[in-house]
Structures are given as structure tokens and as C-alpha cells.
Design a protein around this ligand. Structure first.
Ligand SMILES: [Zn+2]
Length: 189
């Protein structure tokens, strides 16, 4: 038996990546925040969107943060921040959109099994199975099959090593045909 393949993954806080369906790709894709918002005033109502870019096809996605909001009800600091693309205002809006998914995993793929060494950002608490699902680009059910001896329900720990078994024959491709790209955030399924 050859030596176990070893890869390093870094896990860090990241609210700039949103996993959503891309109409052009017709798949759930990682979308990266562009740093920009768009506002539209329609009479006394305001619509506002954050602009994201599909990491695969570069299509721009408009994600609503205000929908037909009465102008008077909109906080002035929020309005100014949306108009000026102020990161201090847009950052928390991104974090709210992303919710508990505000982390990303970067590192090499591990299609044929081996050992993952995790480098977890300080202060970040994410369950190990969610980290592995994103990093491997698979479901948490598949994670539990491929990582039978890992404490999957505990938080991922810095420096933790996890043994990952190769994909079973019926798991060689994801049903949506996505091959996780190196260095990008992967969508949990
Ligand atoms: Zn796309």
C-alpha cells in the first residue's frame, strides 16, 4: 500500500461567498460578492440588491436586500452605505445573506482518499462534517461514509487530521456533474 496522500485545507470566515443557483450554469454555484450594491427608486419605494458574480461563468446575480421598501422607512445610514458601496454597511448585509454558511474551505481535492490536515481560523466554530462536505464537494451522508472514524458532530479543530476514504463507485461523480475546482468554495448539498 502506498503512503497516504496528505492535503492541507484552510478553513476561514468568509461572508463574501454565497451559494445559490446560477441560471446560466443551471446549477448551484459559489457566487463571490462584487463589493457593489445597486439601488432603484420607484416613486416612494426603493429596491436594493447586492451584486454577486458566479465563480464559474462570471454571470452577475442581483440578490435583493430591500424590496419595495417605503423610502421613509429606510435607515439613512443604510441608504448612504448602499449608494456609496460602503464595505462597513455592505459587509453585514452579506453576512446576513450567507447566515451560518459564512466560512470557506480552500485546498487540494482528495478524490482518491487520504488524510486532510485542517487549518482553522481562530475563533471559527464550524461542525467538522460541514467543513468536510464543503471541502469534498459532497453531501454530509457521503462524508459519514468516507470519514467513519472522525468526530463529525464536533467543531473542526485547528491542526486536526481526518482520514478520508476513496469515493465509492457510485460516488465518483456528483449528480449535478460539478467537479469542485481547486481553491474555490464548494457548495454543500
Ligand atoms: Zn454560472
Amino acid at each position: 500500500m502506498s503512503a497516504l496522500h496528505l492535503v492541507h485545507w484552510s478553513v476561514h470566515l468568509d461572508s463574501s461567498v454565497l451559494n445559490r443557483r446560477c441560471p446560466r450554469c443551471d446549477l448551484v454555484r459559489a457566487h463571490t460578492f462584487s463589493g457593489r450594491a445597486r439601488l432603484n427608486a420607484n416613486g416612494r419605494h426603493l429596491d436594493a440588491w447586492l451584486l454577486y458574480t458566479c465563480a464559474h461563468c462570471s454571470r452577475t446575480a442581483k440578490v435583493p436586500v430591500l424590496e419595495r421598501a417605503p423610502v421613509r422607512s429606510v435607515d439613512r445610514a443604510l441608504l448612504l452605505g448602499l449608494e456609496s458601496n460602503d464595505p462597513a454597511v455592505l459587509g453585514p448585509l452579506c453576512a446576513r445573506l450567507v447566515g451560518g454558511d459564512a466560512f470557506s474551505v480552500r485546498g487540494d481535492d482528495l478524490p482518491s482518499g487520504g488524510v486532510v490536515v485542517l487549518h482553522v481560523a481562530a475563533g471559527l466554530s464550524v461542525r467538522l462534517d460541514r467543513v468536510l462536505a464543503r471541502g469534498l464537494g459532497c453531501s454530509r451522508a457521503e462524508v459519514s461514509r468516507r470519514c467513519p472514524d472522525a468526530p463529525l458532530r464536533r467543531s473542526a479543530a485547528d491542526g486536526q487530521r481526518v482520514r478520508v476514504l476513496p469515493r465509492a463507485c457510485n460516488e465518483t461523480t456528483r449528480s449535478d456533474g460539478v467537479v469542485p475546482a481547486y481553491g474555490t468554495s464548494r457548495s454543500p448539498r
